[in-house]
Design a protein around this ligand. Sequence first.
Ligand SMILES: Nc1ncnc2c1ncn2[C@@H]1O[C@H](COP(=O)(O)OP(=O)(O)OP(=O)(O)O)[C@@H](O)[C@H]1O
Ligand SMILES: [Mg+2]
Length: 236
Amino acid sequence: MVILEIKNIDVYYGDLQVINNLSLSIEEGGITSIVGANGAGKSTLMNCILGAIKPKRGKINFNGQDITSQKTFEIVERGISLVPEGRGLFPFLTVEENLILGAISKHAKSKTRENLDRVYSLFPRLKERSKQRAGSLSGGEQQMCSIGRALIAEPKVILLDEPSLGLAPIMVKTVMDTIEQLAMNGYTIILVEQNVMTSLGISKKGYVLQEGRVVMEGSGAALLANDELRKSYLGV
Ligand SMILES: Nc1ncnc2c1ncn2[C@@H]1O[C@H](COP(=O)(O)OP(=O)(O)OP(=O)(O)O)[C@@H](O)[C@H]1O
Ligand SMILES: [Mg+2]
C-alpha cells in the first residue's frame, strides 16, 4: 500500500525554484532513501512533507488523504515525524524535556509516560541520561534523543534528515542499525543521507535528486549497481 504520495510538486524560496515537478511514491514499511548532492533539495522536500514549506503546485497525500494545505501540527498528529538535519535539540533542556516536546497531539500527550518508557527501552543510554542537559550528550546520543523525540509523537512515517552527519564511523553504524531496527518494528522510514552507499544498502527503494528533480529511482540494490550513479556519487 502506498502510504505517502507526492505528486508533481514545485517548491520555491521567493523566485528561486528548488523543487521541480517532483513525484515520489512511498510504500508502507521499510526504508526509502533520498540521496543527492548538497543543495539538491532534500531538506526542502522533508520540510515540505511536514507542511513547514508549502509547494506552489502539486499535491501530497498521506494515507489516502490530501495533506498539502494542512498545518505541521496536523500532519504530525496524522502520523508523520521529522528527525531534522542538525537534530534540533534544545541544548539547555534535559534529555527527558526534549523527548516530551515530541508529544504534540492530545493523544500522544496522554500517553507520554508509556511512550517515554518505550523510547527508554529502545535507547537505554537515554534513560541513564534522562536528567542530563541534551547539549552535554555525545553526537550519537543526541541523534538517539532526536529520534526518540520523533517516536514520542507516535508516527507511522519517520523522516530522517542526515542522521549520520558529523558522527564518528562507529556511531554512524549504530545509528544506521537503529534505523533498520525501526523499519523492522513496522515504521515507514524516509532516509535522507549523503552517506549514499550505506543508506542505499539498507533501503528497499531509493530516489536520486539533482537540482530539485528526481533523476534516478529504483531498488536500493539496483541503484548501488548503477554505473552512472557510482561514478557521480560514489566516486568509483
Ligand atoms: N530558506 C531558504 N531561502 C532561500 N533558499 C534556500 C532556503 N533554504 C534552502 N535554500 C536553497 O534551496 C536549495 C536546496 O536546499 P536544501 O537545503 O533543500 O538542500 P539539501 O539537498 O538538503 O542540501 P544539503 O545536503 O546541503 O543538506 C539550495 O540551493 C539552498 O541554498
Ligand atoms: Mg539538507
